[in-house]
Design a protein around this ligand. Structure first.
Ligand code: SAH
Length: 358
């Protein structure tokens, strides 16, 4: 907005829900209010999850009006929801600029898990993935990442206990917003989701993994490995041309040393591509001695993208080889198999402009 109207500079409104506890306190004090007003405001936004300043009953009316004038409250709105028979809910979320992202709610015995997007689109280009089709549009703000969790908690009325950064986007390509968001989720002032219940999945950006190790977060790091050697990985993931598997594994060892958190390796199985017995044995050799866990993901085939899903027996044979070689391994439970499968497909398939907001 700056610079329009012949030199009259209009400043943009503050995205107040992206401010952390300390920043918000400072902001509120700058406006001439007492610090405790910041605590009240934070609570309305990040605990009570209200969506308008008008509802913040214990704030003075003049302060609410000032906030209304100078700040925005994040709007992440569920535009479409598909609920499967097992309770999994897939949400197409509309952002205030009209972009769409996806979030997924999964119900487990131990609680509700929400999988969130970190970017609009993605620039990593993995050949089998639906999210990367139109490239990267932009990073999500802190409030847009939190907003996905808040919207789902508002709609379901149930507490979210686990958060997974595995939706659309590459979390470590939106590094500072993602780290700030994780701290705000877990720092005790907001939803208080323990860092142990947060998982971040990355295609393996080595520099950022090393930087993340220094943050000393207790989150689980998941690496999208998908292949036991660089040649095969490069055919599936362009990013593999930039970082070798051995560089990634060294960064993982360092991450484990600094955080004492066991690493998860994701391995999406594609028929005839990376699912042979030899691939399984090579993977076992590669990971032997690492304190890790392998999560096998049967491919969700995406129209126009690489690959088919292997037969169940082949997936189980792959798992058995890893187990025989003392690698801890699970096959990702199929959730929501009766609704739109792979992440990114809902966004790609959406029909423009004719969605009614929930
Ligand atoms: N950018 C992050 C998060 C991506 S999504 C990352 O690369 O890790 C989470 C996982 O799903 C990743 O392991 C990703 O490679 C995998 N994935 C993407 N598309 C898939 C598909 N169609 N079927 C199975 N797994 C897929």
């Amino acid at each position: 907005l700056a610079g329009i109207n012949g030199g009259v500079v209009l400043t943009e409104k503050t995205d107040i829900q992206s401010l952390n506890w300390q920043e918000l306190t400072e902001y509120v004090q700058q406006t001439g209010q007492k610090a405790f007003r910041g605590r009240q405001l934070y609570q309305w936004m990040h605990k009570n999850l209200v969506q308008s300043f008008g509802k913040m009953a214990n704030l003075p009316k003049s302060f609410r009006e000032e906030l209304e004038k100078n700040c925005t409250l994040c709007r992440v709105q569920a535009a479409e929801r598909q609920v499967s028979s097992d309770g999994t809910g897939k949400y197409l979320m509309r952002l205030s600029d009209g972009n769409y992202i996806e979030s997924v709610l999964m119900k487990y015995k131990y609680g509700n898990s929400v999988c969130i997007s970190t970017q609009v689109g993605c620039r990593m280009g993995c050949r089998f993935c639906a999210s990367t089709v139109g490239g990267l549009v932009r990073n999500l703000t802190v409030s847009e990442m939190l907003g996905q969790i808040y919207e789902i908690q508002r709609i379901t009325g149930e507490r979210v206990s686990n958060v997974i950064l595995m939706g659309i986007g590459e979390p470590l390509d939106n590094y500072s917003n993602v780290v700030k968001m994780i701290r705000m989720l877990s720092d005790g002032h907001g939803l208080q989701i323990s860092q142990r219940n947060i998982t971040l999945s990355t295609c393996g950006l080595v520099g950022q993994i090393r930087r993340l190790a220094e943050e000393k977060l207790a989150i689980t790091l998941a690496i999208s490995l998908h292949a036991p050697n660089d040649t095969l990985r490069q055919e599936m993931m362009p990013i593999a041309k930039q970082y070798s598997i051995s560089e990634i594994l060294l960064a993982c060892q360092d991450y484990f040393k600094k955080t004492n958190r066991r690493i998860t390796f994701e391995y999406s199985l594609i028929e005839g591509k990376n699912d042979s017995g030899t691939d399984a044995r090579n993977l076992a050799t590669l990971l032997s001695g690492l304190n890790c866990h392998v999560n096998l993901i049967p491919l969700n085939p995406v129209k126009g993208r690489m690959g088919k899903r292997p037969q169940r027996s082949r997936i189980e044979a792959f798992q058995a080889i890893l187990e025989r070689n003392h690698i801890k391994v699970t096959i990702r439970r199929e959730m929501g198999s009766d609704i739109h499968a792979a992440c990114g497909q809902l966004r790609n398939n959406r029909e423009r402009d004719d969605l009614t907001l929930l």
